[in-house]
Design a protein. Structure first.
Length: 218
């Protein structure tokens, strides 16, 4: 039976690095990454993150923003990896519906949390027919360390932070949202730090390989 494993984490959590390392280790995993920036289906996502609709993340409704990402995922699933899973293939996704849950839940009041998550999961998993993950692994990181890593990244490559990355207050809300959803959905959490010190890349990779191996063999 095919498996869908999601690697999730806020910007700066080391997700991209670990995603590449895990794929190099498991030949029986195929990788997909969201948003799919190579596809026209991500056009609205790009406009949103670029601030074309609002420079403030909260200026775009969480329901509207969620549909931008959901449609991009639907297009990718129908055109590409859905058939692979139907044939028994295993998928490792870097971001998924889980990212919509984190970044858009952060825009809602606490009393709206359950209604929003119910709407989102129904939209993507039921209405659009996207597969539910068999495992979600969340790379947990403090806002301070994440911002430090992002600043170093953009200093090296000359890029700029998108509207999510540039707003520290919003970033903290996203972290709180991630912890809320992780508990609700029983995600597996891997911390980027222990005793206020960064864990090594190799240490986190080893933990990921162990957890994903157990899921694939279950």
């Amino acid at each position: 039976m095919s498996k869908l494993i999601v690697l999730e984490g806020l910007d700066g959590s080391g997700k991209t690095t670990q995603y590449g390392r895990v794929l190099s280790h498991f030949l029986r995993l195929r990788g997909v990454s969201f948003p799919d920036y190579e596809s026209p289906s991500s056009s609205l996502v790009k406009m949103y993150l670029n601030g074309d609709f609002s420079q403030d993340p909260q200026g775009v409704s969480p329901y509207a923003a969620s549909t931008f990402y959901a449609v991009d995922r639907y297009a990718s699933f129908k055109r590409d990896w859905g058939k692979f899973m139907e044939q028994g293939g295993n998928i490792l996704a870097s971001r998924y519906t889980t990212s919509n849950a984190i970044y858009q839940l952060a825009k809602t009041d606490e009393k709206e949390h359950e209604a929003f998550l119910s709407w989102l999961f129904d939209l993507e998993y039921n209405k659009l027919g996207l597969p539910r993950p068999d495992m979600v692994i969340y790379l947990d990181i403090s806002p301070e360390l994440a911002q430090k890593r992002l600043s170093e990244r953009y200093a090296r490559n000359g890029g700029k932070k998108d509207i999510h990355e540039a707003d520290m207050g919003y970033f903290r809300k996203c972290m709180d949202a991630a912890h809320y959803i992780a508990k609700r959905e029983n995600w597996t959490i891997i911390p980027a730090e222990t005793d206020n010190r960064e864990r090594s890349v190799d240490d986190i990779t080893a933990e990921l390989i162990r957890l994903i191996g157990e899921c694939l063999d279950a």
